[in-house]
Design a binder for this molecule. Structure first.
Ligand SMILES: [Zn+2]
Ligand SMILES: [Zn+2]
Length: 74
């Protein structure tokens, strides 16, 4: 497993997330790349994303659904 250099992620291979890439940890294992209409890319590992061209959470977009906090499970 990775050394304790990051608190947010359990394990992210360096080749998966570039050092300057913003990402959202949704508890998944497979990252994909979103393209924010603001003009930058960001990555997340939510398995529930359906479109990759929406605004990121930093630009008032909705946060990807996090595993274990699915709103439809309440
Ligand atoms: Zn996503
Ligand atoms: Zn953005």
């Amino acid at each position: 497993m990775a050394a304790a250099t990051t608190k947010m992620l359990k394990y992210v291979p360096p080749e998966t997330i570039p050092a300057d890439m913003m990402y959202f940890d949704a508890g998944g294992t497979t990252f994909h790349t979103h393209t924010c209409p603001d003009g930058h890319k960001w990555m997340c590992n939510s398995p529930y994303c359906t479109h990759l061209q929406a605004l990121c959470p930093d630009h008032d977009g909705e946060e990807p659904v996090t595993i274990g906090r699915e709103p439809w499970r309440r």
